[in-house]
Design a protein around this ligand. Structure first.
Ligand code: ZN
Length: 501
């Protein structure tokens, strides 16, 4: 009798656990990817007590947190982060090598595309944008391929690159803010005319008295997060995302946090306000998802494109080693040193971008200089220049005397058409300071935990509550989402599928 009872209990338990498992091809109605620009992982615990119940804490208290998610390439900057989250790969393969980089010597902005026209504005500067420089597929592209393009994939952000790169090349739409005309726009890459719901929302935005009053750089205000959510909710309802028979994908990026961080740093009232206001924005977005898609029927992940250093003066005030790496001064010194050694009249450096020297190969060739000799002389100088921990010739990075983990990050970040020639790493606590930098602000770009340790939260459809301290990477996000959806990974994905246990 006892045996029978045990068998019966086992049978019931297995039946219950079987019924809790989704069918092999069952998927959520909607996948929502959220990227918070410049969000450090430790902000989650720093602000935990001040967060409300329905924003970040809905994800932390009901969802799953990977507490040690790192960025596994260099440099750690915005466009690369957004591309890597959704492609599951790095600049070596997806080709987005910075916000600004060069393609075989031609300077480009990551999303510029003069073959397309603005839609919703006549401002070419802000509207001629597309994902044309993105070389690999995103989660959304894979979803579209899997469903014979019946899934809808849409990106929304105030920064063009934060809307365009996450959504991918086959996306139905990406919408971003024309900062001059204060309207959400897109380009002819996606469509010829804004949908009616977007035109309607733009009319509401044009009447927003508070938004009219903010200064030239709208990114400096938490209000820009509010309007990002307003636009996202308008898109959710206007496009009926998550309401068809196929899974849709919605990429929502919050970028005001980055502009605020660059201006005021990681500490202080502006940054506190930015995250507490964003917390309310998230709560509003989740409520709209509950109402329009249904609680438990959508899958959310939230992460960041990079984090940020503490302000170097603040660190110095507290006796810690920190400082500025003055790239413009270094550039001038290097040019002087090379000219003394090699006798050239014209400069050899085209640009310094995110700790990388892009050489002017035309100028080098036209003056009869040998490229390798120029690089060697530059490296000779940089090795005795202060506050640099490593100087690496990209072409020789595989054999460079740098720690293995760092060599791998350098190589994963290197695309030989697009990444320049020499990379430097600054000492811990140091960061590049140029003419644009704010004395109380911050920046990012290095491998160190303050720049590379980002939040990674999952919530909703099939996600248990829990947390995990294993080391995982930004490239694991796309692999994991595709695994949950039972669809193929993006076509250059190098990540591993994360386990929720
Ligand atoms: Zn960023």
């Amino acid at each position: 009798m006892k045996k029978l009872l045990v068998l019966f209990v086992l049978f019931v338990c297995s039946a219950v656990s079987l019924s809790a498992q989704p069918a092999f091809n069952e998927r959520p109605k909607l996948v929502v990817g959220i990227v918070v620009d410049q969000m450090r992982w430790d902000y989650l615990s720093r602000y935990y007590d001040k967060f409300g119940n329905d924003g970040f804490r809905r994800l932390l208290d009901d969802g799953y947190s990977f507490n040690n998610c790192l960025i596994n390439y260099l440099p750690t900057v915005t466009a690369i982060g957004h591309a890597s989250v959704y492609t599951g790969t790095t600049p070596a393969f997806h080709g987005i090598c910075g916000n600004n980089f060069s393609i075989d010597g031609r300077a480009v902005y990551c999303c510029e595309d003069n073959r397309v026209m603005p839609v919703g504005t006549d401002n070419k500067k802000e509207g001629q944008m597309s994902p044309v420089n993105l070389l690999s597929t995103t989660i959304g592209d894979q979803l579209r391929l899997h469903t014979d393009f019946r899934s809808k994939v849409i990106g929304v952000s105030y920064k063009d690159r934060a809307a365009i790169l996450p959504a991918g090349r086959s996306a139905n739409a990406a919408y971003w803010l024309d900062k001059k005309n204060r309207q959400f726009i897109t380009s002819t890459y996606y469509m010829q005319e804004l949908p009616q719901w977007a035109k309607d929302y733009n009319k509401v935005l044009a009447q927003n008295e508070e938004f009219k009053k903010v200064g030239a750089d709208v990114g400096l205000y938490p209000l820009t997060g509010h309007i990002t959510v307003d636009m996202a909710i308008a898109a959710l309802q206007g496009e009926k995302l998550g309401q068809s028979n196929e899974t849709d994908m919605f990429c929502v990026s919050f970028s005001q946090t980055d502009v605020i961080g660059h201006k005021w740093g990681t500490r202080g009232e502006h940054t506190d306000e930015a995250y507490l206001e964003l917390d309310k924005d998230l709560a509003r977005l989740f409520r709209a998802l509950d109402d329009n898609v249904g609680k438990g029927k959508y899958l959310v992940f939230l992460t960041a494109d990079h984090a940020a250093a503490h302000n170097n003066r603040f660190m110095q005030e507290h006796k810690m080693n920190a400082g500025a790496w003055l790239s413009q001064e270094v550039r001038n010194e290097v040019e002087k040193y090379v000219a003394q050694k090699l006798g050239n009249a014209k400069p050899v450096i085209d640009a310094i971008r995110d700790y990388r020297f892009f050489l002017d190969r035309e100028a080098i060739a036209s003056q009869g200089l040998d490229l390798q000799r120029v690089k060697d002389v530059m490296i000779e100088y940089l090795r005795q220049s202060p506050n640099l921990s490593f100087v690496v010739d990209y072409e020789k990075a595989a054999y460079a005397p740098v720690p293995q983990f760092l060599r791998e990050r350098i190589l994963l970040g290197y695309n030989f058409h697009r990444s320049g020639d020499i990379m430097v790493c600054v000492d811990p606590g140091y960061y590049e300071v140029g003419s644009w930098s704010s004395p109380v602000g911050t920046t990012h770009g290095e491998w160190n935990p303050y720049d590379a340790h980002i939040p990674l939260l999952f919530y909703g459809w099939q996600i248990p509550h829990g947390e995990n301290a294993s080391e995982v990477y930004i490239t694991d996000i796309a692999a994991t989402v595709c695994s949950l959806l039972h669809i193929q990974q993006p076509n250059a994905c190098i990540g591993n599928v994360l386990k929720f246990n």
